[in-house]
Write a protein that binds this ligand. Sequence first.
Ligand code: AMP
Length: 472
Amino acid sequence: MTNETTAELTGFAALGITGALLKATQAAGFADPKPIQTQAIPPQLEGRDILGIAQTGSGKTAAFALPILSKIIGLGTKRRPKTTRALILAPTRELAVQIEDTIKLLAKGAHISTALVLGGVSRFSQVKKIGPGVDILIATPGRLTDLVREGDLILADTKWLVLDEGDRMLDMGFINDVKRIAKATAPDRQTALFSATMPDEIAELAKGLLKNPVRIEVAPQSTAAAEIVQSVVLARTKQKRQVLSKMLADEGMRSVIVFSRTKHGADRVTKDLARDGFEAAVIHGNKSQNARQKALNDFRDGSVRILVATDIAARGIDVPGISHVVNFDLPDEAESYVHRIGRTGRNGRDGIAITLCDPSENAKLRQVERIIRMKLPVIADHLGSPDPQRDPKEKTERHFEPANDREHHGGRRDGRRPGNGNNGKKRFGGKPAGEHAATGKPNGERNGDGAKRFRGNNKRRFGGKRPANRAA
Ligand code: AMP
């Protein structure tokens, strides 16, 4: 190609994307590359490793998928059985499904095979799909580790490795699985690591896995949150149901995510909404993979306008056109607030975020305001009104939180990251999240559940037996 013709190229073509892939980007409506794509695609096409600091919503999926696709197209269909040419690791099932959807969209017209390996659904069909070998495998680390250990998947031929949402992997206790998986791939592989934040452990991981990487950083969602109008409604916990239902009666709330801090809380909100005449889908870690996917699909295609979600379950979900985010309660970690409200106001569209705040949550609210560096305006105050009476026909439900109610925030239920204490993470005053009020011990230590499993997991090798009930 002459300099002259290069100068004429625009959009993805100017980045080196050609043929069917270029057509697919146009068909997908990706007219102009996003900043992360402009920065990440050319070096990857040259074979460089990438360290990308970017969030979901930045366009990072196409940023890593297009170079891999352009290298795999043309390699033909000759693959060894049970192998994959490229492996993309994602922390959650929802993100993995979303990545596969994007890849399929971009690979339209090219003969590329993809497969998903996720926890919580049958292994049989996954093993069958990998059998003849695939081009691109998208996986969550837990189930992938199982398949490798049992010899159903061989990673020796894997020449492209992507680790997506590295900080989430860390939070969810997957970091050792990730290291083992990376070690099993081809030593001369090309690697890309994406993370919204760069805690020490991720920087360390990057050092171990990436060779002389190109470092790319795009502005996080939180700095682009100017289009999101944020406010607070003061309401006691007992008033929140009524306040929410009154709010949702406004049809202008076209597409709403309601966030709940706990899984039990999410179920309770969904049930109360149904009693008040609002159909809502719900998504949290205790739901089966199929139920979670159905909830997401129904929400995405508009057949339900309300999705109730916990923080972890909603992470990484990219549903365009969400008009409102309602925080039924404040999250345990102030950073989660930024992730929550970032579900709306995407792609430059306006968004509205409303937070219901009980007086007991004031400290959390102050912490959020410190993080976003602004005071949130109070648009309504119900504190002077009496608590609404529950319909006596409704079964009385005690408000309690089972010990394992909070979503896994990491292998460790105390909310701290393994390794170095709280890792400089901002945390609300008082007890660390997940700590048992009476014993002061992390829940996992008390009930032998999450934390123990993670520690065991830490030591696991591909040769060992893993716990049967590990999700994702
Ligand atoms: P991601 O961060 O990869 O989850 O992408 C966020 C959203 O941006 C997805 O809905 C993509 O379909 C969309 N997207 C990615 N790249 C482009 C582009 N160049 N132009 C328009 N939309 C894009």
